[in-house]
Design a protein around this ligand. Sequence first.
Ligand code: NAD
Length: 429
Amino acid sequence: MSATTSVAARPAAKVSEDNPYGAMLARFHRAADILNLDRGVRAVLTTPERELKVAVPVRMDDGSVEVYDGWRIQHNSSMGPCKGGIRYSPEVNPDEVRALAAWMTWKCAVVQVPFGGGKGGVKVDPRKLSRGEIERLTRRYTTAIMDIIGPDKDVPAPDMNTNEQTMAWIMDTYSMHARHTVTGVVTGKPFALGGSLGRPAATGRGLLTMVREAATELKLDLAKASVVIQGSGNVGGTAAQLLHEIGVKVIGLSDIDTAMVNPKGLDVPAVLKHLEKKHTLKGFKGGDLVSNEDLLRTPCDFLLPCATENQITSKNAGKLRTRVIVEGANGPTTAEADRILDDAGIFVIPDILANAGGVAVSYFEWVQDRHGYFWEEREVNERLAVLMRRAFANVLARTKQHKINMRTAAYVEGIDRVARVTSLRGLYP
Ligand code: NAD
């Protein structure tokens, strides 16, 4: 396949370090060089298939009207329906959604689930909205993107600041328009509405498998290991709980405005209980308050960034004192930080492998919805562990084959699979 005038085949324009799409492209081209991908395939794989920008007007509780910007971007659907979360955050912007959509494409291929990549977001700070306002925003956004989502087209899921309830509203809105209940339009729904047992904890559980696999590979004793986790939401909070349960010491934890450390180990169940009650870590007494920067610099064996993008950059990568990074968040490390981490000998399990547990169980949920037959939680967890261990082993094998780090190997693994399918399918017409 060759291209002559495509936009994406041109080298990426110089973008700032914190541009997530730039970070995705830098890693993409590194892997594409190793795979010897031709220009045409590169152009196809670096150009999102569809980008929908929508306006989301919302009647506020005081009767006024606010209009929010929303997006749904489908990066690539050659493997199957697009799949990816919906994020509510004041930081949401088109390049972020583009990057997150592309990461979903590679992630689904790495963990071998039959989906492409998509992502959505609304630029809003949901902490400033009431529950009713968030429900109206969700229903209006769903209506705006309705034409391009569906169980066979594009299946959203929760991401930052969205949850089971958000998915329930999306499912209900879509079903009202379809005139029948369509459970498979979203994953991460409540179990009562066709959700899967094990889905809420799936991303955190996948991280646990990654920690275990890394410990085996690097011969680290988990009984003596310490962990620092940035972010204590669905991903970080669950990872903290599961690691604590197997006896790993969690010595640092944070949320958006509080970070705390306790070298003796935090009482994780107590922290999570506090968080559930107060919706903030503020006021928890069992640790010393530190800055976000100091949290990341805390000496530990495993650092799990589970909050948001661009937390490990060229500015702080050289100051980290960890042996392993397991990326729970999407894009927590910039492309410029990669080399610094390599030089420091830090073993990085990249986002598109490490946090793939969520999409793996989303796949199980979609399968269960289509069958109308639901599995025991034990079965979900066992199948998840199989997928995650296989993906880790495949990526590790690529590191040895090409003498590259885990991040580049994961991109090589994912991109190779999608590129093969692209070539097999050929171009229509
Ligand atoms: P969440 O909203 O449940 O939790 C986010 C956590 O990060 C909270 O503790 C929040 O206070 C903190 N945080 C947010 N912004 C921050 C900032 N600027 N600095 C420091 N802390 C900040 O979200 P989540 O679902 O746990 O997702 C977290 C990350 O994991 C995101 O990057 C998301 O894309 C990724 N991810 C989520 C899933 C999933 O299944 N939920 C799956 C794969 C990847």
